[in-house]
Design a protein around this ligand. Sequence first.
Ligand code: SF4
Length: 73
Amino acid sequence: MHKIIHYRNKCIGCGICQEQQPERWRMSKKDGKATLLKAAGKKDVFILPISNTQVLHAQEVAQACPVRVIKIT
Ligand code: SF4
C-alpha cells in the first residue's frame, strides 16, 4: 500500500500543496502550516494511505513542495 507522509514540523507554509490539491491539503489558521486531511499523526509526522490511482498526483504535489517535506512510499 502507498502512503503520503508529511513531515509537518518542517513545513514552511507556502501553500503550494493546497493550491495543487485542495481536497487533500488545508492551510492551518493556527500555525500557518499545511495539514494533510484525514491523516493519522504522531507528533509532527502525519501518514495517509492512498490507492494506486492516487499515487501519481500525490507524487506531483510532493515534488512541488519547495522543502520536500511530503514523501510518497
Ligand atoms: S508545499 Fe510543502 S512547505 Fe508548502 S505548505 Fe505544503 S507541505 Fe508545507
